[in-house]
Design a protein. Structure first.
Length: 149
């Protein structure tokens, strides 16, 4: 019984170890968290090992065709910096800045043609200031002030 448990534990350890591969960034490893039915990666986390600590540094969600759907950096396990969402054709759909896991700063969402759909600013995860909305031709069609109560 102990022998079977030892082999099973060893098998799981090596399966996890070899499912991780180095990424293009130095010292960073890639861990495929979720796969599509055809075994292509769907959700990937990037991490580095410092001493006994595993530090997750980035996340990426992929379309089934392998193109990136969403990507961004992590700091202390929370979203940090600019997170980008892509359309399946590779064009940028939206970009939002995060700090300590909350939206903080500029957020821009684009129409399919690449022109800005709307843009505004977040503060501690809440919309603030004037948000501007544009039509597909890029003309301003509406403004909403989130500081007015």
């Amino acid at each position: 019984m102990k022998t079977k448990l030892f082999y099973l534990t060893s098998l799981i350890f090596f399966a996890v170890l070899f499912s991780c591969k180095p990424s293009a960034n130095s010292g960073e490893q890639e861990l495929v968290v979720k796969r599509y039915p055809d075994n292509k990666p769907a959700f990937v986390k990037y991490f580095k090992v410092e001493g006994r600590d595993t530090i997750f540094t980035k996340e990426k969600v992929l379309y089934q065709n392998g193109k990136t759907r969403l990507e961004g950096s992590l700091l202390h396990g929370k979203r940090d910096g600019t997170w980008t969402v892509y359309r399946e054709d590779g064009k940028i759909w939206s970009q939002t800045t995060y700090k300590d896991g909350l939206e903080e700063g500029l957020s821009v969402v684009n129409h399919e043609n690449g022109k800005v759909y709307y843009e505004g600013t977040y503060k501690a995860g809440k919309r603030t200031g004037i948000w501007k909305f544009y039509n597909k031709e890029g003309q301003l069609v509406n403004e909403n002030n989130f500081d007015v109560k």
